[in-house]
Design a protein around this ligand. Structure first.
Ligand code: XMP
Length: 511
């Protein structure tokens, strides 16, 4: 276990991911954790992340020097590096030479940390303060114009640090430096793999569930599918999955979930066919938030009905949720079984449904969830599914949701997805919402006649985590094929437009 201490930048998650890419399990902890609490977790190593503060600013988070005599190897990065330098008796201050972005550092002495690096290394920097004197007993390994001490180590004490960000892709040999720390300095072993995750989780779920009953709401997405497949492997037919078909899914989606999933896992699946209920509830509603709330509410009711039908008087003891690690970190972290109230992945389940949650993915990032899905034998079509929002196509129809509009959007969306797949771009594009502007009409000409139809928006985006996104530069030929097919095959659509806005300022979905 490697603990990444979060000093409040967005980099801590990235560091944890890079450590895991080296097959070493890592977790993020807040910087408010005391040294004894840290040590109690028995980490093999600790990494101090970057952060927005200046080490000398009032109230800036400091590192307790006791950490460095706890016998745990430590790597400081950026702010963590400066805080480490100060705590060990070195010096950091404003040099007047801020460095942001791509910077060259001169490697003076490779040491263990920088072994194999070029004399001048391209790295990614982001700092105003710099370490001006390394602590006694430490060797300065590198320097840059803005950072007189840009890296140091004390191999004997297993302590090292870098001013730059080894975790970002722009730092060419970043991963190499992290691995030197993990393996050559800290002595980690890289044996954390998707098969070891599956084995550990299956054993843990079996131990927790015993012979009791488990329920899982399948959304059709990757996370709930992988979570369910893990629980299925652990406890077999003690698990029942419920799939609420709200009629807001894309073409073929409900069938695909049923077939792909049931065929591969053999899971016991109950499909609640509820499209009438959702359409009725959505009648007359155009406001995005009202749509979302209405769908959330109906979802809970449908799920409750199905759960009661399944459980009878015996009740269900456990509920599976596909909560991922970023959700856990963002909601404050913490170990142990959470109660149903603190999560809303299943749309805010009511408090009188008493379950214990099973969240087998709560320590995993998305890419790790996909690897586990593949390990469990789930098909690529399921493991590599692009994200799709819980409220479904309802939030991709701008205006009131009606059956006719849903059918129209479903057809257009199917064409766009088909062409994107045919172009081999499914994995490059994070997702491509197709949006029907049902409140807008424009004039067109088709055959010899004037048309007055709806526009369709294509919203292809690239992203790492959906927090930020950029519009995808799809090839013009592909856009042309999609546009021609949609306007030819979807009678009421006479215009296809492309959304070229990043997130921020826009969001990925239109509602
Ligand atoms: P936005 O539109 O906020 O979307 O940029 C970010 C990501 O979240 C998905 N999304 C949702 N997923 N329930 C979900 O399960 C929702 O209500 C929801 N709204 C947006 C969206 O598709 C994108 O991947």
């Amino acid at each position: 276990l490697v603990l990444v201490v979060d000093y409040g930048a967005q980099y801590a998650q990235l560091i944890a991911r890079r450590v895991r890419e080296a097959h070493v399990y890592s977790e993020i902890v807040p910087h408010t954790l005391s040294v004894s609490e840290l040590a109690a977790r028995r980490p093999t190593a600790v990494i101090l992340s970057g952060g927005p503060a200046s080490v000398y600013a009032e109230g800036a988070p400091q590192v307790d020097p006791a950490l460095f005599s706890a016998g745990v190897p430590v790597l400081g990065i950026c702010y963590g590096f400066q805080a480490m330098a100060v705590a060990l008796g070195g010096q950091a201050r404003q040099t007047g030479e801020s460095e942001f972005g791509r910077t060259g550092v001169s490697v003076r002495q490779a040491g263990a940390l920088l072994a194999g690096l070029e004399p001048t290394e391209p790295v990614w920097m982001s700092h105003g303060d710099a370490v001006t004197a390394a602590p006694a007993g430490f060797t300065t390994l590198a320097s840059s114009i803005g950072a007189p001490v840009a890296a140091f180590e004390n191999a004997e004490l297993k302590l090292a640090g870098v001013q730059w960000h080894p975790e970002v892709a722009h730092t060419v040999h970043g991963q190499q430096v992290l691995e030197h720390f993990l393996f050559d300095i800290a002595g980690c072993t890289g044996d954390w793999t998707s098969s070891s995750i599956v084995d550990d989780q299956v054993a843990a779920i079996r131990a927790e569930v015993g012979d009791r009953r488990v329920l899982c709401a399948l959304s059709g997405g990757v996370d709930s599918a992988v979570a369910a497949a893990l629980v299925q492997r652990a406890v077999g037919d003690q698990l029942t999955c419920v799939f609420v078909d709200h009629g807001l899914l894309r073409k073929g989606e409900a069938e695909q979930v049923k077939h792909d999933f049931v065929d591969v896992t053999g899971v016991d699946l109950v499909v609640a066919e509820e499209s009438e209920r959702f359409l009725a509830a959505l009648e007359g509603i155009s406001d995005p938030e009202t749509k979302r709330k209405t769908i959330g509410r109906e979802f809970i009711r449908s799920f409750e009905d199905a759960a009661r039908g399944i459980a009878g008087d015996k009740g269900i003891d456990f509920l599976v949720q596909g909560t991922l690690y970023p959700d856990v970190v963002e909601s404050g972290g913490g170990d142990g079984a959470a109660t149903i109230k603190s999560h809303h992945n299943v749309g805010g389940l009511p408090e009188d449904l008493q379950f214990t949650l099973i969240e087998p993915l709560r320590t995993l990032f998305k890419d790790e969830v996909r690897a586990v899905g593949t390990e469990l034998g789930l098909p690529d079509s399921m493991v590599w599914r692009q994200p799709f929002p819980g409220p479904g196509l309802a939030i991709r129809i701008i205006g009131e949701v009606t059956r006719e509009r849903l059918d129209l959007l479903r057809d257009a969306d199917a064409i766009a997805r088909e062409e994107l797949s045919a172009a081999g771009l499914d994995r490059q594009v994070w997702q491509m919402p197709v949006v029907l502007l049902a409140q807008v009409r424009s004039v067109g000409v088709q055959g010899d006649g004037r048309t007055y139809g709806y526009p369709i928006v294509l919203r292809p985006v690239t992203s790492e985590d959906a927090m930020t996104a950029d519009w995808s530069r799809l090839p013009y030929e592909l856009l042309e094929r999609i546009s021609t097919r949609i306007t030819n095959e979807c009678r009421q659509i006479n215009r296809v437009v492309l959304d070229v806005t990043s997130k921020p300022p826009a969001t990925i979905e239109w509602e």
